[in-house]
Structure formats: structure tokens, C-alpha cells
Design a protein around this ligand. Structure first.
Ligand code: URP
Ligand code: ZN
Ligand code: ZN
Ligand code: ZN
Length: 461
């Protein structure tokens, strides 16, 4: 048992002073203004700290095979780094081989994830369409605890799907009570622009943002929203990075469509100047898709989060070390796409969101945890502080500061995109399933302690 004593609880709804008792079953056993410590119970002092639901990151790629290599953070190192930053649960992506079985891929990912130090769940990517996919989707929803599928509108000749696949999958997911998630970029336009830029001799990472300008994302977001509207199905757009896509989502919601949007902290605080670095590796390390944008897009993303038109934050944590980024030294289209960030999401959002007054602490909890739990049907187990919920908590120091650096981070990657930034808002302790796994610098993550979280189908409309 664990007694969290003297903290201020923050949920998506309210803030109040209370103690929490975590049971040996890893769940919250009691919440009350003052609890007498049961004999033999470990006490964690939370005086002066905020006690919030552990972060949920709905978009990570641990040990993902991608662009000829494999992401360097695996399920153990990546989830452990998350714990150090206050994130206690991830939803990662199962990526089937080209033409391969979704179910077999899900089984393979289950095995890979057994080493995870924190709880995890899976979206499963649909990368082609046939009768087997149609059947596998039902098995995954009805028997495997999967209630969301992923679609890449980009990465032509690799993961990309066309509108026909999207329509079939959105319809099938709707029948099953599952939610379709989408990487919205027009992959044909990207491939066309990449070829054009290479033909012009533009081989460096500074060509990356030129190959996928904002309208490439705006068009795809509009299109998939239209397709989902046609089928009267909900849709969730991952890593929204532009004013165009934000507006498409807001407009659809105002028309009564159920559309959700996710934002990455890196898109909120970094801009496209990163690609003008004279150092090739520095620029290459920022190659991810969608790319970093001109600064005015950040205002739209913040406005989307503040207004509630965009609901969740994720990291798209996808790590590649210098040697892997080198694969694209002579051709930017071969630089593995992805940036790290699971360890720093909560701090970056607190620093730039709460201390600036853009977000209240309750809104911070909503966008880092509760909204994700609600949209992906993990409530009341995750995303809230309630009796019976998993005892996944972060003891947050809203005034504490730390300086982010690859020298001190726990992510298994040789750089940090927030290098040198001093942020206010620090995870002092992280509790996962009732155990202290991060104690102010002491990471006590246990390989294999993470559990697979089944997510039941959402109510059908
Ligand atoms: O560049 C990125 N985002 N890499 C990971 C795959 C994806 O598109 O999410
Ligand atoms: Zn068809
Ligand atoms: Zn993506
Ligand atoms: Zn991703």
C-alpha cells in the first residue's frame, strides 16, 4: 500500500486537497481530506505538490521498423523515459508488413512490448484492404482490446493508403465501434514535390519542409473529414501542425461532425528555422512529418487547444540516432522521419501552456491525460483520479525548474530537440500501478512491469 499525503489533487474538472491511498492491487483504494496511514504502508509526502493523473501519450513508435531502420527507443527504454517525465501509459502503433495480416502484426507487437516498464495499448495500422483485413478488424475489436485503427495518407509506396482504403476502413470501424486515426498529408503531392526538389539538386534537409508545405496537410485533413462525414463516422487526426488543418477540424466540429485533433509539443514550440541550420545533422535531426512550420501556425495550434477544438497532446516519439539519420546524407527523402520527446511532453506543455496562462492546470490534465482516456475509451481506469482507477499518478512541482539535455535524459537517443531549454514544471515523483517508479532523479522503472491495456469498443451511433 502507498499513502500519498498532503497534495493538491488536480483532475480535468477541479482542484482539491486530499490524500490518496493506493491499494496493493495497483488501484486507488481511497481518496479523503485526511487518511490515517495504515500500518506498514509506505508514505509519499506530496506537500506543496500537485497530484495529477499520470500522462497518457496516445502516439508513440517504440522500436518501430521504419525507412530502412528501427527506432532506437524500445518498449522498455521508451516507457521508462516516459515515467521520468510523468507519463504512465502509451498507445503505440502496430504496423503490419505490406499486405500482411493485422492480427499477426498485433501478436508480434504484443511480444515486443512485454519488456515495457509502463502500461501500453495499441492502435493497429490499416495499410491495404482485402477480406482478411475486414475480418481481422473485427477480431481485434471483439477479442483483442483494440478500438482504434491508424491510416497513413502519406509515405507513398510504403504505408500510404488511398481514399478507397480509407472509405472501407472508416466504414468497417464504424460498424465495430472503433475509431479511425489518420496521418493527414497528401502522399502523392509529397512524392511529387520530393522528386521535383531532388531534380533541382535540392538534396539537403532544408528541402524537407518544402516537400510537404502546410496545404499538403490541410488538403488531406479536409479530405478525410469529408470521407468520414460521408459515412457519418468519427475521425481522429494525429499530429495536427497547421492552421489549415486546425481550421478544417474546427469547421467540421461546428457542423456537428465528431472530429478530434492531436497536437505535439514540438510543433507548439519549434518552428521551421530548424531546417536552416548550417549543420547537416542538426537539421536532419528535426526531419519529421509533418515538418516544423512557420511560427504563425503555433498560434493556431495553441488556440485550438485552449478552445477545445483540438483535444489531445502526444509526442509521436520516434527516435533515430545520428548514424541512422546519416542514411539520408545525400538525399533528404532517406532521412528516417521522427523526433524524440516522450520524457519532456508534460514539462514543455506546463511551461509554455500553464505558466503563460494559456491553459489552467485542469485543462493541462485534460489535454495530457483525460481527453485521451475519454476518446480512446480508457476511462475510468486511466485518465482520472477516482477510487478503483489505476493508481497512475504524477506528483507535479508547478514551480520547479529543470534544464533539458540529452546528457541527462533517459530516452535512448543521442540528442534532444529541446536541448538547453529550462522549463518550469517538473515531475517530482511518478507512481505507476501504485508503485513509486520515479523519485526526483531516481528512475526505478522495472522491465516488464507494464501491462497491456485492453480498450473496449466505443458505443456505436
Ligand atoms: O516523422 C514521423 N512522424 N515519424 C513517425 C511516423 C509518423 O508519421 O507518425
Ligand atoms: Zn473498394
Ligand atoms: Zn504520422
Ligand atoms: Zn507517428
Amino acid at each position: 500500500m502507498l499513502h500519498v499525503r498532503g497534495g493538491t489533487i488536480v483532475t480535468a474538472e477541479r482542484m482539491f486537497r486530499a490524500d490518496i491511498l493506493c491499494g496493493d492491487d495497483g488501484r486507488i483504494a481511497a481518496i479523503a481530506p485526511e487518511i490515517d496511514t495504515p500500518s506498514g504502508c509506505e508514505v509519499v509526502e506530496a506537500d506543496g505538490l500537485l497530484v495529477m493523473p499520470g500522462g497518457i501519450d496516445p502516439h508513440t513508435h517504440m522500436e518501430m521498423p521504419f525507412m530502412g531502420t528501427v527506432a532506437s527507443d524500445d518498449f522498455h527504454t521508451g516507457t521508462a523515459a516516459g515515467l521520468a517525465g510523468g507519463t504512465t501509459c502509451i498507445i503505440d502503433f502496430v504496423i503490419p508488413e505490406a499486405g500482411g495480416s493485422l492480427l499477426e502484426a498485433w501478436k508480434a507487437w504484443r511480444l515486443k512490448a512485454e519488456k515495457a516498464a509502463a502500461d501500453y495499448s495499441f492502435h493497429v495500422a490499416v495499410t491495404h484492404w482485402d477480406d482478411q483485413v475486414h475480418r481481422d478488424m473485427a477480431t481485434l475489436v471483439n477479442e483483442c482490446g483494440v478500438n482504434s485503427f491508424k491510416h497513413f495518407m502519406a509515405y507513398k509506396n510504403a504505408l500510404m493508403v488511398d481514399d478507397d482504403v480509407l472509405l472501407h476502413s472508416i466504414r468497417r470501424a464504424g460498424e465495430l465501434g472503433a475509431l479511425c486515426t489518420v496521418h493527414a498529408e497528401n502522399g502523392d503531392a509529397v512524392a511529387y514535390m520530393q522528386a521535383k526538389l531532388l531534380a533541382e539538386g535540392r538534396t539537403g534537409p532544408d528541402a524537407h519542409p518544402l516537400s510537404r508545405p502546410p496545404m499538403v496537410e490541410g488538403e488531406a485533413a479536409q479530405r478525410v473529414i469529408a470521407l468520414a462525414g460521408l459515412l457519418d463516422a468519427p475521425i481522429y487526426i494525429v499530429h495536427v501542425s497547421t492552421a489549415e488543418a486546425t481550421r478544417a477540424i474546427a469547421d467540421a466540429r461546428m457542423r456537428g461532425q465528431r472530429v478530434y485533433g492531436e497536437v505535439l509539443p514540438q510543433h507548439l514550440v519549434l518552428d521551421d528555422s530548424v531546417y536552416s541550420s548550417p549543420d547537416w545533422l542538426t537539421a536532419a535531426r528535426h526531419v519529421m512529418s509533418p515538418p516544423f512550420r512557420p511560427r504563425h501556425h503555433q498560434h493556431a495550434l495553441w488556440a485550438g487547444l485552449t478552445s477545445g477544438q483540438l483535444q489531445t497532446t502526444a509526442t509521436d516519439h520516434c527516435c533515430f540516432c545520428a548514424g541512422q539519420k546519416e542514411n539520408g546524407r545525400t538525399n533528404f527523402t532517406h532521412i528516417p522521419n521522427g523526433t524524440p520527446g516522450i520524457e519532456d511532453r508534460m514539462s514543455i506543455l506546463w511551461h509554455h501552456g500553464v505558466t503563460t496562462g494559456r491553459l489552467s492546470p485542469q485543462e493541462f490534465v485534460a489535454i495530457t491525460s483525460t481527453n485521451t482516456a475519454r476518446i480512446f475509451n480508457m476511462l475510468p481506469r486511466k485518465g482520472c483520479i477516482a477510487v478503483g482507477a489505476d493508481a497512475d499518478l504524477v506528483l507535479w512541482d508547478g514551480q520547479g525548474t529543470r534544464t533539458i539535455s540529452a546528457r541527462t535524459h533517459h530516452q535512448n537517443v543521442d540528442y534532444n530537440i529541446y536541448e538547453g531549454m529550462t522549463v518550469t514544471g517538473v515531475a517530482r515523483r511518478t507512481i505507476s500501478a501504485g508503485r513509486v517508479v520515479w523519485d526526483d532523479g531516481d528512475l526505478r522503472a522495472i522491465r516488464g512491469a507494464g501491462r497491456y491495456i485492453e480498450r473496449p469498443a466505443l458505443p456505436r451511433r
